[in-house]
Every structure is written in C-alpha cells, then in structure tokens.
Design a protein around this ligand. Structure first.
Ligand code: UDP
Ligand code: MG
Length: 314
C-alpha cells in the first residue's frame, strides 16, 4: 500500500484548520487503497494554530506537525515538510481549501497509472481575486517566462503530488532564497497539469500582502535569471553610443553654424536621466549581491521549536 504525505503550511490559520481536517478525513476515508500522513507545518503562528495541531495529533495519529521558532515564510515551510515527510507520494497544499482536496484522488490515480512523476494543479481563472493582483501576476509571469530558461506555468499553484524522487531532487536545491514554482520547473521530470476553476479561501485572510508578493516575485526573477545583470552592460554601450553621437552633432553644428551650445534644461534632463539609469543598474547589482550574501552565510532555512515526536532532531 502506498503512503501519501500531505504537507500543509499554516500561518495563523485557526479559523480554517479544523474545516480543512474534516474535508480531508472524508477524502482519506474514500481512498482506501492508500495510507495517509497529514504533515502540518506551523510557520510561527501567533494564534491558536499550534494548540489545534497538538489536539489533532492527540486525536488522530495521521496528523503530525512541525512548528517553527518564528515565521520563516511559506517556502521554508514547504522545504521543512518535504524533509520530514515519510510518504512514497508527497502532496503540497494550502490549508485554506483553495486547493480542492477532491483533486488528490485524481492525482493519485495519475501517478499510479505511470507515465508521470508529478501531477500539479493550475487555475484557469482567477474569479474572486482582486483585479490588481491578477493584473500584476499576469505581468510577472510574462516577464519571468521571457527572461528565464525555466518554464513557469501561469496560474500554477504550489498544489501538486509528486513521487519521492522529485521531492528529493527539490531538496537537493538547498538555496536560502527559495521559489518553489521555479524549482519544480528546474528539476524537470514529467508533470501532468490538472486544470480547475479558482476557489476562494474558506475562512481567514490571505497571508500575502502586496509587498510580500512583490518580494516573492523578485525572488523568482533574480533567482531564475541573470538577464537583468546584462541590462547594465547593454545600457552602458547604448548610452556611450548616444553620448558619442551627441558630441558629433554638437561639433558639426559649431563648425557649420558657429552655434554656441545652449540648453541648461536639456543638460539637466540628461544628467538626471543618466543618474537614474546608473542607480537602477547599481540596484540590480545590489539585488544579486544581497542574495549572494544571504547564500554565503549558509544560515538554516528554518528552525524548529517543537514537533509531533520528541526524538526528532531540532
Ligand atoms: N503561509 C505560510 N507562511 C507564510 C504565508 C502563508 O505558511 O508566511 C501558508 C498559509 O497558511 C496558507 C498558504 O501558505 O496555508 C497560502 O497562503 P494564503 O492562502 O494566505 O495565500 P494565497 O492563497 O492568498 O496566495
Ligand atoms: Mg490561499
């Protein structure tokens, strides 16, 4: 009998946690040909999430949990989950029921049939989501797909079921700045995409502010492409050419019309513009440098304060 581990990151999810558990018990009850482990990762919640997880673990031994010493982010929670899950097949899903639990049995059948190493879910619409958010998300995927060699599927969720070997491969990418959507593309393996319509959060609120999403999108861009770095080199060449052309024009104007150079405004505009471009290029360098700095430090991706079993190494 195959064992399925379901990894569920939770940050302040007291409103929805038990609802999720109820739905999952139904699904687990229906799938009699598999054994289950629900591995919750408490990402430094400050509400009753951890307390509820302890209760669930007492009540149902299939419910296990890891608890972080503080909020390390969803990516860190996924990494910890993949590290500690014991199943043959591993599932990543959100606790807010936006990832339809019914898809788990479809994913399981697909993997059992053979032919695929991974089955992932993708939203075909974003009904119910804020328009601005969908707009920026679409732009982000367009840019990322243009500048990165790793394919990123628009609308892809983190919701997926994978074989052990895929999870082990992702774990081998031990980087500190993590961007799962890119990592799953990077490791390869054959993936089947299941499409579904967007579902709104069952309860509670989204944990992603616009700022957090923006930072996350930068992780995607700078983590999976070095193209922005070439902007400074190409930009440099372009502006040198432009300056040279300008000098030629001024010299010719002076020789033919004896026209003295005038235009304080033009000069100021040009110097502000070039200053801006230089700062932008320095900013791009800074993005890579800051990430390298964090990688070089080799700090752990997460720290545990408590788990469901006592002898686990913290
Ligand atoms: N989450 C987490 N750590 C964070 C932010 C989110 O573990 O720092 C979890 C959260 O509890 C949920 C999942 O990641 O299970 C997705 O979060 P959310 O539903 O807030 O994101 P959205 O669906 O709005 O993108
Ligand atoms: Mg959600």
């Amino acid at each position: 009998m195959k064992k399925i581990s379901i990894i569920v990151p939770c940050l302040n999810e007291q409103e929805v946690l038990l609802m999720y558990y109820e739905r999952m018990t139904k699904i687990m009850g229906q799938m009699k040909d598999a054994e289950f482990e629900l591995l919750f990762v408490d990402d430094g919640s400050t509400d009753r999430t951890l307390e509820l997880l302890r209760q669930l673990n007492n009540k149902d031994a299939r419910c296990r949990y890891l608890s972080f010493s503080r909020n390390f982010g969803k990516e860190a929670a996924l990494y910890a989950g993949l590290e500690h899950a014991k199943g043959d097949y591993l599932v990543i899903m959100d606790v807010d029921l936006q990832d339809p639990p019914e898809l788990i049995s479809v994913m399981y059948e697909e993997l059992e049939k053979g032919g695929y190493d991974c089955v992932a879910a993708r939203r075909v619409d974003r009904k119910g989501e804020k328009k601005v958010r969908s707009f920026f998300s679409a732009i982000f995927y367009k840019i990322l797909n243009k500048i990165s060699k790793v394919p990123m599927v628009e609308g892809a969720r983190d919701f997926r079921m994978m074989k052990r070997k895929v999870a082990d491969s992702v774990l081998r990418l031990g980087e500190y700045n993590r961007f799962s959507k890119g990592m799953f593309g990077w490791v390869g393996f054959s993936t089947k995409w299941l499409e579904y319509h967007n579902v709104e959060r069952a309860a509670g609120r989204t944990k992603w502010s616009f700022g957090k999403l923006f930072k996350y999108s930068l992780d995607g861009i700078f983590g999976f492409s070095t193209l922005p770095l070439s902007i400074s080199s190409y930009g440099g060449i372009f502006f040198c050419g432009l300056a040279f052309l300008n000098i030629c024009i001024l010299v010719i104007r002076y020789i033919i019309w004896h026209d003295p150079v005038q235009g304080w405004t033009t000069l100021m505009c040009a110097s502000f513009f070039i200053g801006g471009v230089q700062l932008l290029c320095a900013g791009i360098l800074e993005q890579y440098l800051a990430r390298m700095y964090m990688e070089v430090k080799k700090r752990p991706i997460y720290l545990l304060k408590e788990t469901w079993e006592d002898d686990i190494q913290i």
